[in-house]
Design a binder for this molecule. Structure first.
Ligand SMILES: [Zn+2]
Length: 157
């Protein structure tokens, strides 16, 4: 019997902010992370529980730091293009993973419903794949844009 652990974490931190225009400041950010893990065995597994918590904390820190790094500059209003591209690359593959899962489920689901071996299950799979990939990815980018825009950045003394 496996036990399922879930953990969420929230951190508040200040992180240095630098812009190409020369502005130097500090951003106060909140980050959130969520994780899960599984124990394999009959008894409660404290390492599985702390693994989930460690992972959630790591994600919360990464979320907070990226919120500051991706924030618009309070002086010139620009966002760091290179950091945005790196962040978008890091989010794209996981979104693709959810898309592939949705595509497979869509394909199998329509085939099971109709029991016919034509091209419609493939169409359903392709449409589910595209919608979920674009949806998950777009939601994350929109969320990050909104969150990073709300970061309070103060000039460094
Ligand atoms: Zn600037």
């Amino acid at each position: 019997m496996a036990t399922h652990y879930e953990a969420s974490s929230r951190v508040e931190t200040t992180f240095p902010f630098e812009c190409a225009c020369g502005y130097r400041g500090e951003g106060s950010a909140v980050g959130e992370g969520w994780s899960q893990s599984q124990s394999h065995g009959l008894f409660a597994d404290p390492t599985a529980e702390s693994r989930a918590l460690d992972d959630a904390e790591g994600k919360a820190w990464a979320d907070a730091i990226s919120n500051v790094e991706l924030a618009p500059c309070p002086s010139c209003g620009a966002r760091d293009g290179a950091k945005w591209r790196a962040w978008i690359r890091s989010r794209f593959l996981p979104s693709l993973g959810w898309g592939v899962l949705a595509g497979v489920l869509g394909l199998i689901g329509l085939f099971l419903m109709r029991q016919e071996m034509d091209s419609w299950p493939l169409v359903a799979g392709a449409v589910s794949f595209a919608l979920v990939t674009v949806g998950v990815f777009g939601w994350q980018v929109a969320r990050k844009r909104t969150q990073s825009a709300l970061i309070a950045i103060h000039p460094r003394p």
